[in-house]
Design a protein around this ligand. Structure first.
Ligand code: FAD
Ligand code: DLZ
Ligand code: SF4
Length: 510
C-alpha cells in the first residue's frame, strides 16, 4: 500500500532502518511549520540549524532515490502543523498507511496519537533507533524507589552495554572519577580555539525573516558555526576526541571570560537532532583513548562517557516517567518573572553577563554556566519555573523539551522536590570565584555581602535558605548551612535579608 512516513526535525538519523531500502510505494514527508517554530521563542541559530539539517537529510534521501515531500516554511499549501499537513497529504495523494518514529516530546506524542485516531487509514509508530534506552526503561529500573539515583542507573548502563568493562567489573576498578575532575583553569592557560563551521545559510535565514517567526539572539548567516549535516557532526566529534577529550574532565566545570566552549564537545545539537548517535560518540572517544592511553587519562574519558550514557539517557527516562506532571512542578512555589536582562545580557554581574551574552551570540553555554550561573541565579531569585523553562527551551541550539525541562526544572531548579537531585544547586559568590575568573573584573565585589557593591549572589543565597527553611531545613545534606545561618548575629542576618530584599525589588537594575 502507498505509505506516508513522517520525519520530525529532530529525527535526522540517516542510518535509520527506514532508509535501508528504496521503495516506490513509500513517501517521506518533512515540514518546516509554525507550530514548531512558535512553541517557544527559539534562538535564530536553532531554527536555522534545524531547517538546514532537515534540508540536508532531504537532499541526501533524494539523491538515494527515496521519494520525499518537503514542505517549506513559506509554501502556500503549508498548513503549519503536523496534523493538518498530514491530513491534507493523505486526502490528496491517496496514502493507505501512515508511519512515524516515536517523537521525543510529550506534546508531539499526544498530537500524533490523536491524529492516528482521526485519520481513516492505518498507522504504525516505530523506534527512532537512537537512544540506548527505551522510553520506559528507567522507570522500570527504579520501580518502587523514591529517589532515582543517577549513579546506579549509570553503572547498570555500563554493564548492560558492556562499556569500559572488564567482565562484570569496571575497567581500571573504579566506576566514577569525578573526584579527580572539575579544576579551575590556570590563570595563564589559553584554551584551544573551538572548531566552527562556515556554513552559508542565508537563504534559510531569509525565509525565516520573511515569515514573522519571533526569535532571539544573533546569527552570522554567511558563516553559520554549527554542524548542519552528518559529515560536519563527525568532524566536530573527531576534533573533540583528538583535541579536547584529554582535558575534558579536568576543566568540565571551569569558566573564564570570553571563552565560550573550552574543552566541551558541543556535540549536543548533532546528537539531539540525531545526525549522530550516542553510541558513535562514545565509541569514537573510547577508540581515541585506546590509541593514546598515555595522553588521555581514563578519568577524562570516563567523565565524558558518563554524561552521555548516564545523564543523557537518565534525563530521557525521567521525562517519560514523570510527564506530564513534571511540567507543572514548582516545589518552592516560586512566582517571580525573569529579569529583562536575561534577554539582552545587560547586567553588571560579570558572570551573568558573560553566560547570557554568549548564549545570545552562539546559542550555547556549557553545563556549569547553565547550572551554576544562570540557573543558580534564577533559583536564588525565586523565578517561576515556567519563565525559566521558556528561556532555556528557546535559547540553546540543543534545547528539546525532554532534556531541557528535566535539567531545568529538575536538576537546576529543584522544582521536582528532589527526583533528579538530592539538593538544590545554589551557591554564593565563593563557588563562582572558585571555578572562574569572573569576579576579579566584576562591578560587584565577591567578598562583600551588604552595601552598594555587594555581590548579589551572597545575600540572595542566604535569603533563599531563610525563606525555604520549612522545605529544606530537614534535608541532611543541607543541615550544615542552616547551622551557619542560625549562628549568624541577628543584626547581620537582618542586614543580609534587607540587602536581598533590595536586590529582588530592583532586579531589573542589577
Ligand atoms: P559536553 O560538556 O561536551 O558533554 C557531552 C554530552 O553529554 C552533551 O552533548 C550531552 O549530550 C551530555 N550531557 C552532559 N550533561 C548532561 C545533562 N545534564 N543532561 C543530559 N545530557 C547531558 N542539554 C541538552 O542537550 N539540551 C538542553 O536543552 C539542556 N538544557 C539544560 C538546562 C540546564 C539548566 C542545565 C543545567 C543543563 C542543560 N543541558 C541540556 C545539559 C548540558 O548542559 C548540555 O547537554 C551541554 O552543555 C551541551 O554541551 P556539550 O555538547 O558541549 O556538552
Ligand atoms: C525545534 C523545531 C523547530 C524550530 N522547527 C521544526 C520544524 O519546522 N519542523 C519539524 O519537524 N521540527 C521542528 N523542530 C523540532 C520539533 O519541535 C521536534 O521534532 C519535536 O519537539 C519533537 O521532539
Ligand atoms: Fe558574579 Fe558576584 Fe563574581 Fe560578579 S562578584 S562575577 S556577580 S559571582
Amino acid at each position: 500500500p502507498k505509505t506516508l512516513r513522517l520525519i520530525l526535525g529532530d529525527q535526522l538519523n540517516s542510518n535509520h532502518s527506514w532508509f535501508k531500502t528504496v521503495d516506490d510505494s513509500v513517501t517521506y514527508v518533512m515540514m518546516e511549520i509554525r507550530s514548531e517554530t512558535d512553541y517557544a521563542k527559539h534562538h535564530i541559530q536553532k531554527v536555522v540549524g534545524i531547517f538546514a539539517a532537515m534540508q540536508d537529510l532531504k537532499n541526501n534521501l533524494l539523491s538515494q532515490n527515496h521519494k520525499v515531500i518537503y514542505i517549506c516554511l513559506n509554501d502556500k499549501n503549508n498548513l503549519q502543523s503536523f496534523e493538518k499537513n498530514i491530513q491534507n497529504l493523505i486526502s490528496e495523494h491517496d496514502f493507505k498507511h501512515f508511519e512515524y518514529q516515536f517523537p521525543d516530546e510529550y506534546r508531539v506524542d499526544l498530537d500524533l496519537k490523536s491524529l492516528c485516531n482521526v485519520v481513516s487509514i492505518s498507522s504504525t509508530a516505530v523506534d527512532s533507533e537512537h537512544f540506548f534506552t527505551t522510553r520506559n526503561e528507567l522507570g522500570d529500573f527504579f520501580e518502587g524507589k523514591k529517589t532515582y539515583l543517577m549513579e546506579s542507573f549509570y553503572r547498570a548502563m555500563r554493564k548492560k552495554h558492556n562499556i569500559m568493562m572488564e567482565g562484570d567489573k569496571p575497567l581500571t576498578g573504579q566506576w566514577n572519577y569525578d573526584g579527580e575532575n572539575r579544576k579551575k583553569l590556570p590563570k595563564n592557560h589559553k584554551p584551544i580555539a573551538p572548531l566552527v563551521f562556515n556554513n552559508d545559510v542565508s537563504k534559510i535565514y531569509e525565509e525565516i525573516t520573511k515569515s514573522d517567526v519571533k526569535t532571539i539572539g544573533t546569527i552570522d548567516a554567511k558563516n553559520f558555526i554549527w554542524p548542519i549535516n552528518r559529515k560536519q557532526s563527525l568532524e566536530l566529534l573527531d576534533f573533540f576526541a583528538e583535541e579536547c577529550l584529554q582535558l575534558f574532565g579536568s576543566y568540565q566545570d571551569a569558566m573564564t571570560p570570553n571563552e565560550w566552549s573550552l574543552y566541551h564537545s558541543r556535540i549536543s545539537f548533532s546528537m539531539n537532532v540525531k545526525m549522530i548517535s550516542p553510541q558513535e560518540v562514545i565509541d569514537r572517544c573510547i577508540e581515541e583513548w585506546k590509541k593514546r592511553p598515555n595522553e588521555i587519562e581514563f578519568n577524562q574519558l570516563e567523565g565524558f562517557v558518563r554524561q552521555i550514557i548516564g545523564w543523557r539517557e537518565y534525563m530521557r527516562g525521567i521525562y517519560w516517567n514523570k510527564m506530564p506532571e513534571f511540567a507543572s512542578m514548582n516545589f518552592f512555589n516560586n512566582q517571580e518573572k525573569l529579569p529583562n536582562w536575561f534577554w539582552t545580557g545587560k547586567t553588571k554581574m560579570n558572570c551573568m553577563k558573560d553566560a547570557i551574552n554568549q548564549s545570545l551570540n552562539y546559542a550555547y553555554a556549557h553545563h556549569i554556566q547553565r547550572l551554576m550561573i544562570t540557573g543558580n541565579f534564577a533559583l536564588l531569585a525565586g523565578i517561576h519555573p515556567d519563565e525559566i523553562d521558556a528561556w532555556y527551551l528557546g535559547i540553546y541550539i540543543d534545547a528539546f523539551e525532554w532534556v531541557e525541562i528535566t535539567n531545568t526544572r529538575g536538576m537546576s531548579q529543584f522544582a521536582d522536590g528532589g527526583i533528579v537531585g538530592t539538593k538544590p544547586y545554589v551557591s554564593s559568590a565563593s563557588y563562582i570565584d572558585k571555578m572562574s575568573h569572573y569576579c576579579g573584573s566584576c562591578f560587584y565585589k565577591k567578598a562583600i555581602k551588604t552595601g552598594d557593591k555587594a555581590c548579589p549572589f551572597n545575600s540572595l543565597y542566604w535569603n533563599f535558605y531563610d525563606r525555604n527553611e520549612d522545605k529544606l531545613g530537614k534535608n541532611p545534606r543541607i543541615g550544615m548551612m542552616y547551622n551557619v545561618w542560625r549562628k549568624m548575629k541577628p543584626e547581620d542576618k537582618t542586614a543580609m535579608l534587607e540587602q536581598a530584599d533590595y536586590y529582588l525589588k530592583n532586579i531589573n537594575e542589577l
